[in-house]
Design a binder for this molecule. Structure first.
Ligand SMILES: Cc1cc2nc3c(=O)[nH]c(=O)nc-3n(C[C@H](O)[C@H](O)[C@H](O)COP(=O)(O)O)c2cc1C
Length: 208
């Protein structure tokens, strides 16, 4: 069977306050659909106090504009063969909203339902040196505990030299909203994760 006809489920699970990570998440979901995957785009619930969100117009507007996107559930994680995780940086680590969702997974983790999937992560900071790698590593630390297969983009395609982050697609807010280049790099990262998951599935199936 050709590799691109192997069925693959992709969950894009993310948090975004003001839309930058949301734009990357949409690019990932679009790329996965183009690859022929079944795709779920899911945001994790907002847990910041209402008055804190309301005090930031961009945050309040984005929350309202994305209410139609379903909340991530444990079923989205266990259903997926590929999990793409996105978060803005918060003082050099993942956002508490995404961590809160991750911290609800102990039961499925204990049942071994998070192992052997492909995981890859993406982020947005405000500053160029504001902690992209440390944020992505804070996410990847979780994946070691889950027994996942981390598939970073590395420099596995020439496009990776254009933004230059081998840990995962990363965006700098100070330079404006994500561009077509960010979307293209997110698409490469997604294709790589999907292809790896298909190869793993095909290899396991070939062993009967
Ligand atoms: C509490 C808080 C902490 C942040 N910490 C950092 C940081 O350590 N480095 C940085 O460059 N940006 C930091 N930012 C900025 C966001 O990560 C950045 O604006 C990002 O692009 C937001 O993504 P979003 O539009 O998807 O929410 C912080 C923002 C907040 C609200």
């Amino acid at each position: 069977m050709p590799l691109n006809s192997v069925a693959v489920n992709v969950a894009v699970i993310y948090y975004s306050s003001t839309g930058n990570v949301h734009a990357l998440a949409e690019a990932a979901a679009d790329a996965a659909i183009k690859e022929g995957a079944e795709v779920r785009l899911r945001r994790v619930p907002e847990i910041a106090p209402t008055d804190v969100v309301a005090a930031n117009e961009a945050w309040a507007q984005h929350l309202e504009a994305t209410r139609h996107i379903p909340d991530a559930t444990l079923d989205d994680l266990t259903w997926a063969d590929v999990v793409l995780l996105g978060t803005p940086t918060r003082f050099g680590a993942m956002a508490s909203q995404l961590k809160q969702f991750i911290d609800t997974t102990s039961e499925v983790w204990g049942d071994g339902l998070l192992t052997d999937k492909v995981y890859s992560a993406f982020t947005s900071t405000y500053n160029q040196h504001g902690g992209q790698e440390s944020t992505l590593l804070s996410l990847y630390n979780v994946i070691y505990h889950w027994g996942g297969v981390i598939v970073p983009p590395g420099y596995a395609d020439p496009i990776q030299f254009e933004l230059g982050n081998p840990y995962g697609t990363s965006h700098v807010g100070a330079s404006g909203a994500p561009t077509q280049l960010h979307r293209d790099i997110m698409a490469f990262q997604t294709r790589r994760a999907v292809t790896t998951a298909r190869a793993l599935t095909a290899g396991i199936e070939s062993q009967g």
